[in-house]
Design a binder for this molecule. Structure first.
Ligand code: PLP
Length: 396
């Protein structure tokens, strides 16, 4: 079973396009060279297009999404500040945990895992906060653990309806560059992402887009920070030089990945993710299985968390996929361990790759004891993809 390609269907790191890999496979370069800003400054400008912001400041930190979270908090808030967060999956849980460990006073809204950010509950908390004690509201746009996408614009509306001036922070690690994200239109003050998902790069970059309002809050923020300081890294967006050694290969890869995203067109990228995700979902439903996402409005176009039958251990499905069929599926995290496996369908992906994921999942499920009709999920997805291609031949 070692011939051919291994198949990567975890929801990040995602498959890296050849053009991106080639762009990174170069000799080391001088990060103080006079022409280095010719690489970095356009990246900052182009990332704004991906976040859909005209005016936010962009920060690219060597690190990962978690580092970007930490940079977000420590550069804009103060210990003891009250913040409002909801927890409905492992990543929103971890963000709450970080906020608490960094000394914020976190008002947590707990929601069933499988549901999305509770817009009504946010609204109620904000309404009650007549004196504006809440300094920031946090939303995980796409909860990668449960395959749930939330309504960020709805949370902005809740802020407006309450006349509340809290900052709006969004985790877009598994949405940005794959699912439509509109920083300016949704009034997002601080958005974070990482390099290894929609941006189709290796892990290694934590990226932030920070509104003018959040930059103003930064002036009053006294939390300890050094490596992730906006002061130090802020210079990079003006001079193009980093305050410490940048991962130049990743930046070269980012140039190539942004070029690919723009050549396809961001809206087409989002539409492709919707189309591919829908095929996977049809496959899952044809097996007679359900998604962890409790309602259709929360279905994620980047990852499907699939509930296995009660008498099947999802860990066995994942182990079978890996050892028998060279396929990596995402595991069930924390309380979902054994209950779900996840198919990541984001990044550099097409219809036939999704069919391969479904075919491998069918075998892995059957091997783990699930009563799945071989080919049923694949057939449902094939029908969907064929219809889609027929109605729009250019999509293929
Ligand atoms: N937020 C979400 C929604 C994620 O999916 C992840 C990682 O998968 C993270 C944050 C953490 O990012 P990283 O693993 O890059 O630190």
């Amino acid at each position: 079973m070692r011939n051919g390609n291994a198949h990567l269907f975890v929801p990040g790191p995602t498959n890296i396009p050849d053009a991106v890999r080639r762009a990174m496979n170069v000799p080391m370069q001088d990060m103080r060279a006079p022409d280095f800003p010719e690489l970095t400054l356009p990246l900052m400008a182009d990332l704004k297009k991906v976040f859909k912001t005209a005016s936010a400041s962009i920060f690219i930190f060597p690190g990962s999404g978690t580092g970007a979270w930490e940079a977000a908090i420590t550069n804009t808030l103060n210990a003891g500040d009250k913040v409002l967060m909801s927890r409905f999956g492992q990543f929103s849980h971890l963000w709450v945990d970080m906020a608490q460990r960094l000394g914020l006073d976190v008002e947590v809204i707990d929601v069933e895992w499988g549901e999305g950010a509770p817009v009504d509950a946010y609204a109620a908390h904000l309404e009650r906060d007549k004196h504006g004690a809440i300094k920031a509201v946090f939303v995980t746009h796409n909860e990668t653990a449960t395959g749930v996408t939330s309504d960020v614009a709805g949370v902005r509306r809740a802020l407006e309806a309450a006349g509340h001036h809290a900052l709006l922070f969004v985790d877009g690690v598994s949405s940005i560059a794959s699912i439509d994200f509109r920083m300016d239109e949704w009034g997002v003050d601080l958005a974070v992402t990482g390099s290894q998902k929609g941006l189709m790069l290796p892990a290694g970059l934590g990226i932030l887009a920070v509104s003018a309002k959040a930059m103003e809050a930064h002036k009053g923020s006294r939390m300890p920070r050094c490596y992730f300081s906006f002061e130090d890294m802020g210079a990079a967006s003006k001079t193009g030089y980093f305050p410490y050694t940048p991962p130049t290969q990743l930046l070269l890869g980012m140039r190539a990945s942004l070029d690919l995203l723009f050549a396809e067109g961001l809206e087409n990228v989002f539409a492709r993710h919707t189309r591919l995700a829908e095929g996977v979902r049809r496959g899952v439903h044809a097996w007679g299985l359900n998604l962890c996402a409790a309602e259709e409005k929360w279905w994620s176009d980047t990852v499907s968390a699939i509930l296995v039958p009660a008498d099947v251990d999802a860990r066995a499905v994942i182990a079978n996929g890996y050892s028998r069929y060279r396929t990596s599926f995402g595991t069930g995290l924390s309380r979902l361990a054994g209950k779900v496996f996840r198919i990541g369908h984001l990044g550099d992906l097409n219809e036939v790759m999704c069919l391969a994921a479904l075919a491998s999942a069918e075998m892995s499920l059957s091997d783990a004891g699930a009563r799945i009709e071989s080919g049923s999920g694949v057939a449902a997805a094939q029908e969907w993809y064929r219809q889609q291609v027929a109605s729009s031949p250019a999509t293929a």
